[in-house]
Design a protein around this ligand. Structure first.
Ligand code: NAD
Length: 487
């Protein structure tokens, strides 16, 4: 039997950071528990702080606390971690990094395989990639892959500049741009719903679908990320990446095969078909909002590090058009926001109503709901006969939901994506072409908004704990539709 074990050296830039401790180390530990990482792996954590290896091991053990009761296992895992104090701007530090990398490569028989994980501010990505090449850290045997975190730019021009910098060192097939939504079980299931079921496959088009609704609602506020969020806003933070990836998977044509190449080709075509709006169309099709105080929660403008007159949007709703043969004319409504009523990620595919012919009552739409979070599964709302005497129609739900046991077996998004990168599987990562189209779509909205000169009192326009501003409901009402999910 072929071994599942992966041999590699990870170099974690930003190894002391929040992401590394909260997500990446636990993901590596789960890969270790499941046998994907065994004896032949090592991790160099780098950041500016002068930590010792021993202290780093404590950090690792704390980061995986709760994932195991086996102290010996936790210690054995942590022993693969090495800390290297390193300022990414200082060329001489890369020499020490190179020496340590070579030593560990030999010690753990890593065959020259390296994963460079850039878990720090994107403004350093160019410098790091440049030094990895110029200081001879890239190996000439084994692979050299780079994983980069979001945000990938803040508009098309900056994303392109960032991409050009990375491309000086890494070819496209070695660049793994994280969009952790692509690592979620039910996001991956979109393709099986569509292309493994004749029933849905036949109906997945403008002849049967009335509209599609995508909701990524968060109950939390901006928390301690306000510094970043003030410069980003919901449009850049959630729409450019996660939401557009979901739109793409829902509206792409069938790929020739389940290969990264074939799927990427169709995703790119779907993004090419996404209508880029004029300023007038942005006004008609997009709504932005910012949360105001409720009885229990403070307003966004009162959060730490947020300007008192901030015009940053914490909510976006929009109507998108994908003008390919199957989706032309199908409104795709999206919304995302902070401090909404519930935390949920879901897709509602609303099918056209049956005409009033056999039954006098106006029938409800059939709705296919793909629940991504928090309860992964699928449900279908149908019109059924009300049990008993007479003949009345009522709606009923049929569903598929992951059992607790299945949920426990589902890897967390980062665990899945890191394993993909170890195996060189690019399917669940965003390609540059995809990003370039999504940024162009986004820039048109951002530019229209920036030119609008919103007055200070335009915000706040929704109360914490609600599903966003009223204008987001009107966006659908104009078309005779309503949000299926009420929170
Ligand atoms: P963080 O501020 O907690 O960590 C940043 C790390 O970079 C630290 O280890 C710091 O020591 C290191 N660093 C900064 N300047 C350095 C320098 N000159 N030389 C060497 N090291 C330096 O940030 P984070 O929250 O861990 O985020 C890291 C990246 O991941 C960011 O790009 C962020 O946007 C992205 N991201 C984070 C999260 C999250 O949940 N934290 C989620 C999605 C994306």
């Amino acid at each position: 039997m072929k071994s599942i074990e992966q041999k590699a050296l990870f170099i974690m830039f930003g190894g002391t950071g929040d992401l590394a401790q909260r997500k990446l180390y636990p993901a590596l530990f789960n890969l270790y528990k499941r046998g994907y990482l065994k004896e032949n792996f090592a991790v160099i954590g780098t950041a500016r702080r002068p930590w010792t290896d021993d202290y780093y091991h404590e950090i690792i053990e704390n980061a995986i606390d709760g994932l195991t009761d086996d102290t010996a296992q936790a210690k054995a895992f942590a022993s693969h971690f090495y800390y290297q104090s390193h300022n990414v701007n200082d060329t001489s530090h890369y020499q020490t990094l190179k020496d340590l990398a070579e030593k560990l490569d030999a010690k753990y028989a890593l065959e020259g395989n390296r994963i460079y994980y850039l878990a720090m501010s994107p403004r350093f990505f160019g410098t790091i990639c440049d030094h990895l090449k110029s200081q001879g850290i890239l190996t000439d045997h084994g692979y050299n892959r780079v994983i980069v975190e979001k945000p990938f730019g803040h508009d098309y021009a900056s994303a392109k500049a960032l991409n050009d910098e990375i491309a000086q060192t890494f070819p496209e097939h070695d660049v793994f741009r994280i969009d952790h939504y692509l690592g979620k079980e039910m996001v991956q299931n979109i393709l099986s719903v569509r292309f493994a079921n004749s029933m849905f496959n036949a109906m997945w088009n403008n002849r049967y679908i009335s509209n599609i609704q995508i909701t990524l609602s968060e109950a939390l506020g901006v928390e301690e990320r306000a510094g970043y969020y003030e410069t980003a806003g919901a449009l850049r933070d959630m729409v450019q990446n996660h939401i557009l990836q979901i739109v793409t998977l829902l509206t792409m044509n069938a790929p020739v095969s389940y290969s990264a190449e074939d799927i990427a080709r169709e995703k790119i075509n779907a993004l090419k078909s996404l209508k880029v709006y004029s300023p007038k169309e942005v006004k008609e099709n997009f709504v932005r909002g910012q949360y105001g105080a409720s009885k229990d929660q403070i307003a966004y403008r009162d959060e730490d590090q947020v300007a008192k007159d901030s015009l940053t949007e914490t909510f976006v709703a929009g109507k998108l058009e994908v003008n390919n043969m199957d989706f032309a004319g199908v409104p795709i409504y999206i919304r995302t926001g902070k401090r909404m009523k519930t935390k949920a990620t879901r897709i509602d595919v609303v099918f056209k109503q049956m005409p009033t012919v056999v039954f006098d009552d106006k029938l409800k739409h059939d709705v296919l709901t793909i629940n991504i979070d928090p309860n992964p599964g699928i449900s279908m709302q149908l019109n059924m006969k009300k049990p008993g005497q007479g003949f009345e129609i009522e709606t009923a739900n049929i569903g598929y939901q992951l059992t607790d046991e299945q949920k426990a077996g589902v890897p967390e998004a980062y665990e899945r994506l890191i394993l993909n990168a170890l195996r060189g599987e690019t399917l669940n990562f965003a390609r540059w072409d995809e990003l370039s189209y999504s940024w162009k779509f986004l820039d048109a909205i951002r530019e229209a908004w920036d030119a609008e000169n919103l007055s200070d009192d335009a915000f706040p326009n929704y109360v914490c704990g609600t599903m966003g501003p009223k204008a987001a409901d009107k966006l659908l009402a104009k078309d005779g539709n309503h949000w299926e999910y009420e929170g």
